[in-house]
Ligand binder design. Structure first.
Ligand code: UDP
Ligand code: MG
Length: 139
């Protein structure tokens, strides 16, 4: 079932560099409404579960280290065509390949430390949102 919601995380590098404000400004200026949001930190078990699809990949250990090293901003966003439009807004996984003006082009350092997460399907958006938020935290 298609929905109009996606899930994002401003990853630890974005929080460390003071980029929460500029990134949220870009997200809301692009027409996304914030439905849920919090500053939180994932445990190792959380990150292993969240990224379980990548557990056989060579970068999995580094990814879990990175995503747990400090707080993140987790958020659910609403817009028509949210999943696809948000992936367009953030740009390619590797910032060297990301289009001009995308969040990863502007704020990501490398393919590993790439500033933001964006769900890749409506199904995963729902799963990932529910991973971080209860029903009472969604508006
Ligand atoms: N990642 C990495 N090395 C890679 C590919 C991915 O460290 O070669 C990290 C990166 O932080 C990425 C995350 O793993 O955002 C999840 O990878 P995915 O392929 O799902 O990319 P995304 O959907 O975030 O663009
Ligand atoms: Mg992905």
């Amino acid at each position: 079932m298609a929905t109009n919601r996606t899930f994002t995380m401003l990853k630890p590098d974005s929080v460390e560099k003071g980029n929460i404000g500029p990134i949220l400004e870009k997200i809301t200026a692009s027409g996304f409404r914030i439905v849920a949001m919090k500053l939180t930190q994932m445990t190792t078990a959380d990150a292993q579960a969240f990224y379980a699809i990548h557990k056989e990949r060579p970068f999995f250990g580094e990814l879990v280290e990175y995503m747990t090293r400090g707080p993140i901003v987790a958020a659910i966003l609403e817009k028509d065509n949210a999943v696809e439009d948000f992936r367009t807004l953030i740009g390619a996984t590797n910032p060297a390949e990301a289009a001009e003006g995308t969040i990863r082009k502007l704020y990501a350092a490398s393919i590993g430390e790439n500033a933001v997460h964006g769900s890749d399907s409506d199904e995963n958006a729902a799963i990932e949102g529910a991973f971080h938020f209860s029903g009472r935290e969604m508006f």
